[in-house]
Write a protein that binds this ligand. Sequence first.
Ligand code: TYM
Length: 334
Amino acid sequence: MINDKKVLFSGMQATGNLTLGNYLGALKNWVALSDEYECFYCVVDEHSITVRQDPATLRRRARALLTLYIAAGLDPEKNCIYYQSHVSGHAELAWILNCFTYMGELNRMTQFKDKAAKHADNINAGLFTYPVLMAADILLYQADVVPVGIDQKQHLEITRDIAMRFNSLYGETFTIPEPYIGKAGAKIMSLQSPDKKMSKSDENPNASIYLMDDPDTILRKCKRAVTDSEGCICYRDEQPGVKNLLNIYSACTGKTPEEAVAEFSGKGYGELKMAVGEAVVSQLRPLQEEVARLEKDKAYIDRIIKDNAEKAAYYANKTLRKVQRKVGFPDRIR
Ligand code: TYM
């Protein structure tokens, strides 16, 4: 607890262009939960270098992502919005937790298997221990809740396992975090292959809606979305393309999938696609306008970066010192 509130932690990688999946699966829920919790929203730039990055691009994207958090409606005076690399406790705790995580556990991580297959020429140790750094992110702030999309669920489970293992060895040290997975946006699928998730790294630009896409591009991508030949707007697994469009529509409008199905009853796929496109455009327009406004205010963003890194480091160090003591590192001399 911080200031009598439960703690929320979440983060995103500053890699690639953010997609509608990132927004509906994570960022939108962050905003919805931000009043209820004491929140830490991190730009996880250290995770990003598990695959090769161009330094200037990474720096630019990290700043754009931090700005986007604020533009989405997270008040940086109330929520701690910061860069992972500015708080050394993340890497320090990750090292300790590495010594309490088994190779076998990490070997089971599906994201590692996917990424290793994709980057066969660079299967580095960081890619393998990626979930341990993620566990450190979360446990460092004693987070109660972690809002994420479904693809991160396995990483949350290993985080809980590591925390419980540590607690059983050394006594109560870490809060055991719960994932928070929203309903409609939990797994937004590719518009071109609705059997796989919408991803920043998809090579087909029509597969993903990017948060900074202009309205025409969004409408065009929705129009081209792959559906099926059933000709029925039903919410079922046998029609993954239509189901995904209904999920996007629900997540953008706040309606349930059942309400959406009723709304489109007797209508064709063309109308559905158009309505989805329009719902996405109205969802993203205010966000894009706010990004443009904030980007001009360099001094303001700089101050947020500095102040929040200090705030995050304060809480991170509290946990880190406790953990260091428990594992037997010598006390600091003051
Ligand atoms: P990342 O950067 O891949 O994704 C950020 C968030 O977006 C969600 N997401 C999706 N949700 C629904 N549909 C999709 N198609 C979709 N694609 C992505 C992800 O589930 C995530 O919530 N390892 C994390 C970042 C991280 C983190 C953490 C998250 C590092 N430390 C601590 C929470 C807590 C990642 O790579 O997310």
